[in-house]
Design a protein around this ligand. Structure first.
Ligand code: NAD
Ligand code: UGA
Length: 469
């Protein structure tokens, strides 16, 4: 069997960039990325490369090179699947919101729907690759669907090949992965997939395991990463009451080569579509297997994260004399981390909702997030700044979108840095002393500002894991 045509079901943050890089590195392969969301497919086909549905540094340049050469974005599921020798399933696997396991278990409806389409439209021998992050044993379900009522001509092999890219760094992660993981039982199929990666990934970085180790390793990796963030955030709070400094502590801890420096940055809490969902899934799977202590252990990582988000909200209110009514609060950064336009599970969402409950006048700035994304997640429209009268503030606070940092900070009583965008590191706070309302506050939840810049300033300064001025 030779792989010539690849289909990827799901043109999201994983499917889009991953297939773009494979297309670039394997010019002999034709890659069809399909999605049921026609608007998304249209956006991937947009003439304007700055309007692709996913913002990732370096992505647009590769799409420009490969689109309609050997990389195709389409909504034609039937055609793409029937041509394919290998099919990646890269659809979303959100947490179930209703029924058994609601709030913890992964909702596999999109996976099941994809498997059924594969069964219906595929032809001949097809390798089906789980790219989405899935509960351990999901391959069993896919196998089950693909093995019933099929004609003799159809044959399937199931592989697990979880994705480890992180948003904002996706292209670099895809080009130079720490490892590529392939789990499966069919060694021929495993090697066919490995051959694709070998076009640019060194052989010693390609790890082969059985299906279940592969599925669990993905959940475990995310759980370990998130655990480090909750660990450092818990200590940041302790630094604030003791005079210790979290930057120093994480540096010293990370200098131990057994621990390492990465993922020790304190923050307003981890966001993103996966950490919470994947740990909840792990918690659910452990609890369902009767391993309550294991479930409780991992659940604590999420609980500390929720606590951290609330802690920041409470301290903002407290520092502003316990009342935010009619106070302008500038929220700098809405994406869940820098260099992405993704706002899923962003700590800025809960903070904004809570501050609106305090009847604050919220102004939001983010260099990459579209206002419509924010409106959707907050469930309300932006107010028109021209028609807002501070004294006639409604009971729900006000919400405005700032096109630039300047208008966001103008007349603000407080600024809260929520995302570590580079432009926020360069803000000249001395200049804003005269433009903000005094006594004004700057809250740095990402530890990106310099404490000394506020030494002789009229602005009050709070920094995560550091003493408060
Ligand atoms: P996403 O929501 O950005 O994209 C998923 C896409 O699948 C959507 O566009 C949706 O319309 C499409 N889809 C759903 N059902 C479909 C169907 N039946 N047919 C065709 N298209 C369908 O999600 P994502 O962030 O790309 O994540 C996908 C998976 O990868 C998840 O399991 C996630 O946990 C995992 N993952 C995500 C990241 C990340 O950084 N976002 C990293 C590693 C792994
Ligand atoms: C994470 C993992 O890093 C990827 O390996 C994984 O593939 C992906 O989840 C997934 O499965 O979806 P991602 O969520 O895109 O990637 O981004 P991260 O860099 O991990 O950041 C997640 C959150 O943790 C962000 O809110 C970030 O600000 C926060 N974070 C990260 C910290 O608070 N401190 C740190 O030291 C690092």
């Amino acid at each position: 069997m030779k792989i010539k045509n690849i289909c990827c079901i799901g043109a999201g943050y994983v499917g889009g960039p991953t297939m773009t890089v494979i297309a670039d590195k394997c010019p002999k392969l034709n890659i069809y990325v399909v999605d049921i969301d026609i608007e998304k497919i249209n956006a991937w086909n947009n003439k304007d490369f700055s309007s692709l549905p996913v913002y990732e540094p370096g992505l647009a340049e590769i799409v420009k090179r490969k689109r309609n050469k050997n990389l195709f974005f389409t909504d034609d599921l039937k055609k793409s699947i029937s041509k394919a020798d290998m099919i990646f399933i890269s659809v979303n696997t959100p947490t179930k919101t209703e029924g058994i396991g609601a709030g913890e278990a992964s909702d596999l409806k999109y996976i099941e729907a994809s498997a059924r389409k594969v069964k219906e439209y595929s032809k001949g021998k097809t390798i089906v690759v789980e790219k989405s992050t899935l509960p351990v044993k999901t391959a069993e379900m896919i196998k089950n669907i693909l093995s019933k009522d099929i004609n003799d001509e159809k044959k399937f092999s199931i592989l697990s090949n979880p994705e480890f890219l992180s948003e904002g760094n996706a292209i670099e992660d895809l080009l130079n992965p720490d490892r590529v993981l392939i789990g499966g039982e069919d060694s021929h199929a495993i090697e066919l997939l490995a051959d694709i990666y070998k076009n640019w990934v060194p052989e010693d970085k390609i790890v082969r395991t059985n299906l279940w180790s592969s599925e669990l390793s993905k959940l475990a990796s995310n759980a370990f990463l998130a655990q480090r963030i909750s660990s450092i955030n818990s200590l940041a709070a302790f630094c604030e009451v003791t005079g210790a400094n979290i930057q120093d502590v994480s540096k010293v801890v990370g200098l131990d080569s057994r621990i390492g420096q990465s993922f020790l940055k304190s923050s307003p809490g981890f966001g993103g579509s996966c950490f919470k969902k994947d740990i909840l899934n792990l918690v659910y799977l452990c609890r369902s297997s009767g391993l309550n202590e294991v479930a409780n252990y991992w659940e604590q990582v999420i609980k500390v994260n929720e606590w951290q988000k609330n802690r920041i909200y409470s301290l903002v209110v407290k520092k502003l004399f316990n009342t935010l009514a009619n106070k302008k609060i500038a929220i700098l950064g809405f994406s869940f981390k820098a260099n992405t336009n993704d706002i899923r599970e962003s700590p800025s969402i809960d903070l904004t909702k809570n501050l609106l409950l305090e009847k604050a006048l919220i102004s939001i700035h983010d260099p990459k997030v579209q206002p419509s994304q924010i409106e959707k997640v907050l469930g309300r429209r932006f107010d028109n700044p021209q028609t807002i009268n501070k004294d006639t503030n409604s009971n729900n606070g006000t919400l405005t979108y700032a096109n630039n940092i300047d208008s966001c900070l103008l007349n603000a009583d407080a600024a809260i840095i929520m995302t570590e965008w580079d432009e926020y590191k360069k803000i000249k706070w001395k200049f804003y002393e005269k433009k903000m309302n005094m006594p004004g506050w700057v809250f740095d939840t990402r530890y990106i500002l310099k404490e000394e810049d506020f030494a002789n300033s009229d602005l009050n300064f709070w920094q995560i894991g550091n003493v408060s001025k």
